[in-house]
Design a protein around this ligand. Structure first.
Ligand code: PMM
Length: 268
């Protein structure tokens, strides 16, 4: 298959003290900006700014804390010309992020966590909206990792979200879908979804996939330290790029940009 569009790299900028993979190293504002500039120099396509950890078992942070962590970072990055995404489930935070210059809202709940989100996205037709597969808050989501056919059910549930969003006035061009690797899914479910990306692409929307340093990779490789899951993450990026997936959400940037370039060359 000839590839025309390279897979985009969405670099993760977690402005939280408790994200599992970078140990809160970027909580500090200055450190976040420094990290973002490195990502830009390495060729990142989108920077995903998040102020609330969604790792399994995480508790919610207050709206004020989420706002204080993320909005100043977006305001600072906006003049640099990079595309900015806000990783939030709260319409109030998404609204402030859009006002500060974000052009994408990455909502791990796909609009389920906040009933005001769909209307906000509909009112901002130039903003892209990542609709992730989700079955409830992180604190107890793994209890909902129950499927008969995970690919079929994730597809159906994403399709239901799309129907609801379109009914709320969101336009199809705004929508990007994400299977939500690790969200209400065990390792077996994650692998099954990744083996069936072609079926998820049949939904007809661009697909974003986030596997970066996640636990199921550690389980396969016996790598308890998230940093030791980087080559596994890269292997998946390479495969997803070969399948023409729209985007990958990753902690490191340069290795993924390089791998995608190689895949493009091999499939030109
Ligand atoms: N994973 C995390 C957070 N946000 N957003 C999307 N769209 N897809 C994901 O898979 C996803 C996400 C959890 O990982 P992190 O704590 O390393 O950011």
């Amino acid at each position: 298959m000839k590839l025309t569009n390279p897979t985009l790299v969405m670099g993760i900028l977690n402005v939280t003290p408790d994200s599992f993979a970078d140990g809160g190293r970027h909580f500090d504002f200055d450190a976040a900006i420094t990290r973002a500039k490195v990502m830009i120099a390495e060729g990142v396509d989108i920077i995903d700014v998040g102020g609330e950890s969604t790792r399994p078992g995480s508790e919610r942070v207050s709206v004020e804390d989420e706002r204080d962590r993320t909005i100043p970072v977006i305001t600072e990055l906006q003049p640099l010309g990079v595309s900015i995404s806000i990783d939030t489930t709260r319409a109030e935070i998404a609204r402030a992020a859009i006002a500060a210059g974000a052009t994408m809202v990455n909502d791990v709940s796909g609009g389920l966590a906040d009933p005001a989100m769909a209307k906000l996205i509909a009112a901002n037709p130039l903003v892209q909206y990542v609709v992730m597969h989700w079955r409830g808050e992180s604190v107890d989501m793994q209890s909902r990792a129950v499927y008969t056919d995970v690919v079929k059910e994730v597809k159906e549930e994403l399709d239901q979200r799309v129907t609801a969003l379109l009914a709320a006035g969101v336009s199809p061009e705004q929508i990007i879908l994400d299977p939500g690797i690790g969200f209400a899914k065990n390792g077996k479910h994650n692998w099954e979804l990744l083996r069936n990306i072609d079926r998820l692409q049949l939904l007809g929307y661009p697909l974003l996939v986030g596997v970066s340093r996640k636990r199921f990779l550690g389980d396969l490789l016996d790598a308890s330290n998230p940093d030791d899951r980087e080559s596994a993450t890269l292997a998946i990026t390479t495969e997803l790029a070969r399948q023409g997936v729209w985007g990958v959400r990753t902690h490191s940037v340069k290795p993924h940009v390089d791998a995608i370039k190689v895949v493009m060359e091999l499939n030109s």
